[in-house]
Design a protein around this ligand. Structure first.
Ligand code: NAP
Length: 277
């Protein structure tokens, strides 16, 4: 069994990586910081370290995502579980060098590209799974498909974050819908409100709220539980495409259930990523 995980260098992803590694033969750390990735490999018990392979992947630089996919295809024959965990909220509007708004690229577009390009490798597995780490923040989404990069309207960090976390759920459902008959399962999840490095690049009221809420947050160990549950257990076919909280299917917003939103997101993502797909 082979696992690939984005964002394994901090918080929820770091614990997910450490706790799932014993259950897999190989684990690919898709990360942007080689030093942090090496520290994560070194944090494993000695006998497990040889299982872990660092693959350079910056989700805000789409050429690196394409390179990562090529490297993966040279190193392993298939992938059983892909966990799209990396993400964040960014106070200032920042455009990536590919000219996408940063939270859109780091939370959604990078993962959309990675997953689609890895699809032939996932479909070689007997029970492939894609797990997208979303958030309850998706319930506050207000999506304008005509301005996903905030070129016409003013940027709000929380709105941009809520939107991309909605996209994680829509993307999971689309994957289940498009590839379920070929055996793929896809899930999204809310990890809880978790004390991690999350929001270190936030600002304003949201940052203040986050700092004040820290004493009440759950640990990264607890926050990783649903990712770990979905990553290592056999999940009933009837739950394919579902959104999970506390390791159980949970209710989403009505937008997250909308077929037309799913189709618009897929269409717009493919269009924006044409050059790399
Ligand atoms: N914490 C919460 O309360 C909470 C609640 C709901 C959902 N979530 C979601 O949980 C996931 C994990 O967040 P966390 O709380 O564990 O936060 P975190 O401690 O800040 O970890 C974020 C991870 O994403 C990686 N990352 C960020 N931008 C990237 C990029 N451009 N390319 C590649 N990797 C990138 C980071 O890499 P570096 O180590 O190199 O920075 C890090 O490994 C996120 O998707 C977040 O939206 C968190």
């Amino acid at each position: 069994m082979i696992l690939a995980i984005t964002g394994p260098t901090s918080g929820i992803g770091a614990i997910t990586f450490q706790k799932l590694t014993p259950h897999f033969e190989k684990v690919l750390l898709l990360a942007r910081n080689p030093k942090k990735a090496q520290e994560m490999i070194d944090s494993l018990p000695k006998e497990q370290q040889a299982k872990a392979i660092y693959i350079h992947t910056d989700l805000a630089s789409l050429d690196t995502v394409v390179d990562a996919v090529n490297t993966i295809q040279n190193k392993v024959s298939h992938i059983d579980v892909l966990i799209n965990n990396a993400g964040g909220i960014f106070h200032e509007k920042t455009m990536t060098k590919d000219d996408f708004e940063l939270s859109l690229s780091a939370n959604h577009l990078g993962h959309f590209l990675l997953t689609n390009k890895l699809m032939p490798w996932l479909l070689k597995s007997s029970n492939p799974k894609v797990i997208n780490v979303s958030s309850e923040a998706h319930k506050a989404a207000k999506v304008n498909f005509d301005d996903l990069n905030y070129k016409k309207n003013s940027y709000s960090a929380f709105n941009a974050y809520a939107n991309v976390k909605l996209f994680n759920i829509l993307f999971s459902k689309s994957l289940a819908e498009r590839y379920g008959e070929q055996g793929l399962q896809a899930f999204s999840l809310h990890p809880g409100v978790v004390k991690t490095n999350f929001a270190s690049e936030a600002g304003g009221i949201f940052k203040l709220f986050w700092v004040l809420a820290k004493p009440f947050m759950i640990s990264a160990d607890q926050g990783a539980q649903t990712s770990i549950y979905l990553g290592k257990n056999k999940i009933p076919a009837a739950q394919n495409g579902s959104y999970f909280k506390k390791s159980k299917p949970a209710k989403t917003s009505s937008s997250a259930n909308s077929k037309s939103m799913r189709e618009k997101l897929w269409y717009n993502s493919e269009r924006m990523l044409e050059k790399w797909m």
